[in-house]
Each structure stands twice: as structure tokens, then as C-alpha cells.
Write a protein that binds this ligand. Structure first.
Ligand SMILES: Cc1cc2nc3c(=O)[nH]c(=O)nc-3n(C[C@H](O)[C@H](O)[C@H](O)COP(=O)(O)OP(=O)(O)OC[C@H]3O[C@@H](n4cnc5c(N)ncnc54)[C@H](O)[C@@H]3O)c2cc1C
Length: 474
């Protein structure tokens, strides 16, 4: 792993990144106050840490037996398959997933800003299914957690002893009136939460920077994956227009359904300052109801409290370019199988109910769930999943051995908020929203954006994902 990452950096000259060439890289290094030697020292440390991780992964093993079925082979599911494969002797693992491709979704933001090419963010799924894991290339339609049985769309019923539930989340495009997945991009209404959508967004941002006008950016009222993504694409669009020398021709606004822009106190002040410095007004408590893609108008609802009474005010805004975020939930089959919330605050979103430390289902002790589909009260990111996986895998093995699950997840998540071409505010935190900096960043003031974090985001995290995490190593 270390040699791979090190090799990547030392051959940066060859990298064909349109937005950052080697001169930019060196300039960024200088600005960060890090000389080349210290930078390489940091990378060496990161590399050595991954090796330690790998050694630890090899050291643990168990003879536990039982049929494991993994539903969903994305970031969480494939990483779980790889870990369990390493730690169990002769495991019996079946993975159900219909997709041909394994996407590195954090790269969608970088496609939408022209930093990555579309081909940079995906690999063939077949290359990531661990050896001797049975892959059923199909979708799950239902789960009967009492009978321990799964119904697939085309491959009949499959039974299990232990279930790993990792089907990610469902994007509910139709919950934005006037939008469907098939019409995404019409009326210049875009969304980077989709691979094709990210590509359309990049084209549209380039056009918008030429034509000028009003750009509106929104998040949504449900929990959504990478809460930072809508903020990143807004800031990147702003910087892109500055680079094109057209900033004075565009007006940008950010609308959030939440009562604040960001809820991790260590990072929020600087993020607010950046929006202020860039002249991007933020409207809070404002959710998107619909989009009229013909008139190019967004319909909003603003909620305010007056004398303890909730007042909801509908209003419309014209736009020339729109980036919206659709509502999200657990997949429909999770709700129908009785594994998710059906009442309470997540009744509409149906996230799988798990113990927030052990990740074991609160009702069925042979089911473990992690990643985007779960109700773990932290940010839905692959950075969080990287930490969840080894703990969830060990807990599953304990259950298979008839023991109580002993590993506890503290809610660690990370969200690298790209603030411009060259800088990232690297937000790392736990369940208590306390700063949780990983080495070597714990040595630095990470309450501000840094170019080192940009280098991590653009050059290191993707190879770590494909060659470390998905192989059960990082
Ligand atoms: C625009 C964007 C930016 C992001 N930025 C970041 C970032 O900067 N940092 C970060 O850490 N994270 C980021 N993320 C979030 C990260 O990508 C997700 O949190 C992560 O991919 C979730 O992993 P998962 O395994 O839970 O779900 P996924 O990776 O989505 O995988 C779900 C899998 O389940 C399969 N599946 C779905 N339904 C079924 C079914 N019925 N039956 C069988 N299989 C099924 C799918 O085919 C898929 O393979 C970003 C995401 C997006 C979209």
C-alpha cells in the first residue's frame, strides 16, 4: 500500500489532472508551509500505518462456521466480504449485488468540477469479488428475518445463518416535484449524486460560467450521503468562475433545509467565513419542494418559529443554473422487510435499526448492518465505513462463535469539504461531533482549509479505496 501511494505521488508528473498540474502541486505544498521532505515524511507515516493495519488484519483469524449472506456489494459490502474472507478459515460467503461496476462515489464531486475524468472513478465489480465468495448478480426484493430467507428478483430464495445488510441508500428523485431521474439535467437542474448527473453538471458549470446569471445550490431535509457534497460543488463553482474571470457575472445562493450550514462546531466557523468571503448568502430552514424546469424556478418552503408556532412560507426563486439534492431513504425492501424504522423520527427514511456501537440489528441478532442504509447517527461517508468494517466484521465473527459482540464504533466519520481547486477543509469527528483528527493531521490546525488535505482528497483517498479498503486492508 505504502509503495503504491508513494509511487503515485512521485509519478505525479505523469498524472493528467486538468485542474492541478505539478506546478500547482508544488505551489500548494509551499503554501501549506510544508517542505517536500516533511510532506514525504507524512506520506511515509500514512503508508506505514496502512501496513500495520494490514498486519493486524492478517493476525486475527477464527474457525467460526455459518452461511453468511451479504446484501449489497458497494463500499461497505465488498469491504466486509474481503475482511471476513481474510479472518475466517474456509468461510461460506455469498454476496448479492446486481451492479457491474464498483464506483468510487466521492469522485463524483471531482468529475463535476473537471478534476477527474468519468473513467477515473469506477472499476469492474468482478475484479473486487474476493476469491471463493459466491456472487449472485441479482437484486434483493425481500427479506424474511424470522425465516432467515432472502427473496431475489430472478434467482429465487436464498437462506442464511448470518446476514450483512449493506445495500446503501435509495435516492428518491420523484420526491422533488417536477424532477425524475430520466429528466435529470433538463432545465439546467443538476445533481452530482449520480454518475451521469455529475458529468452533466460539469458541462453545465462550464456553460454557466460563460453565460452568467443566478446559480442556486440546495441540500435536502432527509439524511443524505456526504452532507458536504452540495456545499463542495457550490464552492467549486464559485472558484471556477473566478478562474474563468467571470465571477462578477454570476450570483450564487446556498439554501439548506437544516437550521445551520454545518453541525460540527470545530469546523463550522471557518466554513461560514468562507461562504461570507465568497459572497454566497446562506438561507437556513429552507427546503426544496419542487422545480419548474420549463420556467427555471425552484419552489421552496421556509419554516420559522414565531411564539413557538411553526410558520411555513412557500416562495419561488428564478435560477439559471441549479444544483439540487434529492431526498434519500433506505431501500424500499428494507421497509417492507420490517428491518428499518417505521415510526418515530425516521419513519419516512426507514434506516436499518442497529445498535450504534456494535452495528448489530436491534431486533435480529444474526443481522449486522453498516454504511449508508443503517441508522448509525453519523455522517454517511465511505470514510466512516472504513472504520466501521473491521469492527462490524469482528462483531459478526463473535456472534458466529456464540459470543457477545465486543467491538464498539465511536461514530468516526470524515468529510473532506473541498473549498476551492487546491484546498480542503478536512472535517473528522465522532458521535459527539468532537474533532477526531487522524495522524498526521492531528499535528496540524485542521479548523482551516489546507492544501495537504486537497492532495489527500485528489491523489490518495481513491487508491486507498480501491487497493486498500475494498481489499480488506485499509
Ligand atoms: C456526490 C457524492 C460525494 C461523496 N463524497 C464523499 C466523500 O468526500 N468522502 C466520503 O467518505 N464519502 C463520500 N460519499 C459517500 C460515499 O460514497 C458513501 O457513503 C458510500 O459509498 C456508501 O457505501 P455503501 O456500501 O453503504 O453503499 P454503496 O456504496 O452505494 O453500495 C450499495 C450497493 O448495494 C447494491 N444494492 C442496492 N440495492 C440492492 C438490492 N436491492 N439488492 C442487492 N444489492 C443492492 C448496489 O448495487 C451497490 O453496489 C459521497 C457520495 C456521493 C454520491
Amino acid at each position: 500500500m505504502f509503495f503504491f501511494v508513494f509511487g503515485k505521488i512521485t509519478t505525479l508528473k505523469k498524472a493528467k489532472m486538468r485542474m492541478l498540474n505539478q506546478n500547482d502541486l508544488l505551489e500548494n505544498l509551499n503554501k501549506s508551509g510544508l517542505d517536500r521532505r516533511s510532506f514525504i515524511k507524512y506520506l511515509t507515516a500514512v503508508g506505514l500505518l496502512s501496513m500495520v493495519n494490514t498486519q493486524e488484519a492478517k493476525a486475527f483469524s477464527s474457525n467460526a462456521k455459518g452461511k453468511i449472506v451479504i446484501v449489497g456489494g458497494g463500499a461497505a459490502g465488498i469491504s466486509m466480504a474481503a475482511r471476513l474472507k481474510r479472518w475466517l478459515k474456509d468461510p461460506d460467503i455469498t454476496l448479492i449485488d446486481p451492479s457491474d461496476r464498483q464506483y468510487y462515489q466521492p469522485g463524483f464531486t471531482l468529475i463535476a468540477s473537471g478534476v477527474y475524468e468519468p473513467g477515473d472513478v469506477w472499476k469492474k465489480q468482478e475484479d473486487y469479488i474476493p476469491k471463493n465468495v459466491t456472487w449472485i448478480k441479482d437484486s434483493v426484493a425481500a427479506i424474511d428475518p424470522v425465516a432467515n430467507e432472502i427473496t431475489t428478483r430472478k434467482s429465487g430464495k436464498i437462506s442464511y445463518d448470518f446476514l450483512v445488510l449493506t445495500p446503501g441508500l435509495q435516492i428518491n428523485w420523484d420526491k422533488v416535484e417536477g424532477i425524475t431521474y430520466n429528466t435529470l439535467g433538463q432545465g439546467n437542474a443538476h445533481c452530482i449524486y449520480d454518475f451521469n448527473g455529475a458529468q452533466k453538471t460539469w458541462k453545465a458549470i462550464q456553460e454557466f460560467s460563460k453565460s452568467g446569471g443566478r446559480g442556486i445550490f440546495t441540500d435536502t431535509y432527509t439524511k443524505h450521503k456526504c452532507g458536504g457534497a452540495p456545499k463542495k460543488i457550490c464552492l467549486l463553482t464559485e472558484h471556477y468562475t473566478r478562474r474563468q474571470k467571470t465571477r462578477e457575472n454570476v450570483m450564487l445562493d446556498f439554501y439548506t433545509a437544516s437550521h445551520e450550514l454545518y453541525d460540527v462546531p470545530y469546523y463550522t466557523p471557518r466554513l461560514l467565513e468562507i461562504y461570507d468571503e465568497r459572497n454566497i448568502p446562506i438561507s437556513i430552514n429552507t427546503k426544496v419542494k419542487g422545480v419548474d424546469t420549463v420556467k427555471k424556478q425552484v419552489y421552496f418552503e421556509k419554516t420559522e418559529l414565531h411564539d413557538n408556532e411553526k410558520i411555513v412560507t412557500p416562495f419561488r426563486e428564478d435560477y439559471d443554473f441549479l444544483h439540487f439534492t434529492p431526498p434519500m431513504s433506505a431501500p424500499t425492501f428494507v421497509r417492507e422487510s420490517g428491518l428499518g424504522w417505521t415510526e418515530g423520527k425516521f419513519a419516512d427514511e426507514n434506516w436499518v435499526m442497529v445498535d450504534k456501537e456494535t452495528m448489530v440489528h436491534t431486533k435480529y441478532s444474526n443481522i449486522i448492518s453498516l454504511g449508508d442504509c443503517s441508522d448509525l447517527p453519523t455522517s454517511k461517508t465511505s470514510a466512516a465505513i472504513r472504520v466501521q468494517v473491521p469492527l462490524a466484521a469482528k462483531n459478526l465473527i463473535s456472534l458466529m462463535e456464540g459470543k457477545a459482540p465486543g467491538e464498539k464504533y465511536n461514530g468516526y466519520a470524515a468529510c473532506p469539504i473541498v473549498t476551492d481547486y487546491g484546498h480542503v477543509l478536512l472535517c473528522e469527528f465522532d458521535y459527539a461531533k468532537k474533532r477526531e483528527s487522524s495522524f498526521p493531521f492531528s499535528l496540524m490546525d485542521m479548523s482551516k482549509e489546507s492544501c495537504l488535505a486537497w492532495l489527500l482528497k485528489v491523489y490518495i483517498l481513491k487508491p486507498m479505496f480501491f487497493y486498500g479498503m475494498l481489499r480488506g486492508k485499509a
